[in-house]
Ligand binder design. Structure first.
Ligand code: IPM
Ligand code: MG
Length: 354
C-alpha cells in the first residue's frame, strides 16, 4: 500500500476532460488496491499563458520535479496559434517540460484491441495481433536544434549527439528484452541525413552489446509504407524525435483512432504520461472525447513510474472489458455498439477495475 504524489497538468482543450477521467480510474485503483494518490495541479500550455504569460511557469516545473510522476492532458488551440517567430506558443510548454525533466525516451505502444478490429480503416487481416512499441527520442533532433527566421528564409537543424542515440537505443533494446523479442527496427534517413548516418552507426554499436537482440535498419519513408502494408513485422521501433512523432500518429490509425494511443515519457527522474493526441479544441467540454488514451497512459504510469504492474494490468483489462461489452466513444463508434460520452467511458472503465 503506497502513497504517491502525482502532478496533474490538464492543459488545454479536451485536456481537462480526459485528465479527469484518468484520475477517476486511478481513484478506482486506489480504492481497490489500498493506495493513495495525492494530486498537485499545475498550469501548462495555453492555460498557463493566459494566467502567467508563460507556457511553462517555474512553479509547474518545480511541482513536476517534486512528484513521483506527471499526468498530462493536452496542450494548444487556435486561440494561441501564431506565426510570429517571437510569439509564445503552448507547444513550448510541452517541449519545455520534456526537456526540463530530461524525458529522452517516449514510449508509444500500438496494440490492437480485438474488439476494435473492425473500427480501423485498415483490413482486419493486416492488423490482427499487431503489438508495436514505438520508442521515440524526445529531447533532441530537429525539434530542439538551432533555428532561425531571416526575412524570407528560415531554417531548423537536426542534431544528434552519440550519447543521445546511445541511451535511446539502449532503452529500446532493454524493452525488447522485457518483451521477449529480438526484433528492434531502427528508423532513420541515412541515405540523405548526416545525423541519421551517425544514428545508424551508434545504434549498431549499442546493439552489439545485446547479442540476443537483432537490430535492423529501415529508412523512414519505407517505414511509413510498411506500417500500413505489414505492421506485424514490427515489434520495437526506435527512431528520432520527428520521425517518431509522425510514425506514431500513423501507427495509431491501425487501432482505429488516435484516441487509443497512450504514451510514457521517461528519463532518470519522474516520468510523464500523456495521450499521444492533441487537445482537439472543438470538442472542449462537450463530453465526446475518448479518454482511453489518457487512461492507458495512467496505466503506463502505474507500471513504469510507480512500479505497480498488477494495478496497470487491472486498468488495461478493464478497458478491454468495456470494449468487449460494446461501449464506444464517437471516434471508435461502429454499428450496433453503444455510444457513450467521455465521462461515461471513464465510469465504465473505473467500474471494471478489479
Ligand atoms: C506529440 C505532439 C507534440 C510533439 C507537439 C504538440 C509539440 O505532436 O506529442 O506528438 O510533436 O511532440
Ligand atoms: Mg505528435
Amino acid at each position: 500500500m503506497g502513497q504517491y504524489r502525482i502532478a496533474a497538468l490538464p492543459g488545454d482543450g479536451i485536456g481537462p476532460d480526459i485528465t479527469r477521467e484518468a484520475q477517476k480510474v486511478l481513484e478506482a485503483v486506489a480504492a481497490k488496491f489500498g493506495h493513495t494518490f495525492a494530486y498537485e495541479e499545475a498550469l501548462i500550455g495555453g492555460a498557463a499563458i493566459d494566467e502567467t504569460g508563460s507556457p511553462l511557469p517555474d512553479e509547474t516545473v518545480a511541482r513536476c520535479k517534486a512528484s513521483d510522476a506527471v499526468l498530462l492532458g493536452a496542450i494548444g488551440g487556435p486561440k494561441w496559434d501564431t506565426t510570429d517567430p517571437d510569439g509564445v506558443r503552448p507547444e513550448q510548454g510541452l517541449l519545455g517540460i520534456r526537456k526540463a525533466l530530461e524525458l529522452y525516451a517516449n514510449l508509444r505502444p500500438v496494440k490492437i484491441f480485438d474488439a476494435l478490429i473492425d473500427s480501423s480503416t485498415v483490413k482486419p487481416d493486416v492488423i490482427r495481433g499487431v503489438d508495436i512499441m514505438i520508442v521515440r527520442e524526445l529531447t533532441g533532433g530537429i525539434y530542439f536544434g538551432k533555428r532561425e527566421r531571416v526575412g524570407e528564409m528560415a531554417y531548423d537543424t537536426m542534431e544528434y549527439n552519440a550519447y543521445e542515440v546511445e541511451r535511446i537505443v539502449r532503452m529500446a533494446c532493454e524493452l525488447a528484452r522485457a518483451r521477449n523479442t529480438a526484433n528492434v527496427c531502427s528508423v532513420d534517413k541515412a541515405n540523405v541525413l548526416e545525423a541519421s548516418r551517425l544514428w545508424r552507426e551508434v545504434a549498431h554499436r549499442v546493439a552489439a552489446e545485446y547479442p540476443d537482440i537483432e537490430l535492423w535498419d529501415q529508412l523512414v519513408d519505407n517505414s511509413a509504407q510498411q506500417i500500413i502494408k505489414n505492421p506485424r513485422q514490427f515489434d520495437v521501433m526506435v527512431t528520432g524525435n520527428m520521425f517518431g512523432d509522425i510514425l506514431s500518429d500513423e501507427a495509431s490509425m491501425l487501432s482505429g483512432s488516435l484516441g487509443m494511443l497512450a504514451s510514457a515519457s521517461l528519463g532518470d527522474g519522474p516520468g510523464l504520461y500523456e495521450p499521444s493526441h492533441g487537445s482537439a479544441p472543438k470538442y472542449t467540454g462537450m463530453d465526446v472525447a475518448n479518454p482511453t488514451a489518457t487512461v492507458l497512459s495512467a496505466a503506463l504510469m502505474l507500471r513504469y513510474s510507480l512500479e505497480l504492474g498488477r494495478e496497470a494490468d487491472a486498468v488495461e483489462v478493464a478497458i478491454e472489458r468495456v470494449l468487449a461489452d460494446g461501449y464506444r466513444t464517437k471516434d471508435i463508434m461502429s454499428e450496433g455498439r453503444e455510444l457513450v460520452g467521455t465521462s461515461r467511458m471513464g465510469d465504465l472503465i473505473a467500474e471494471r477495475v478489479e
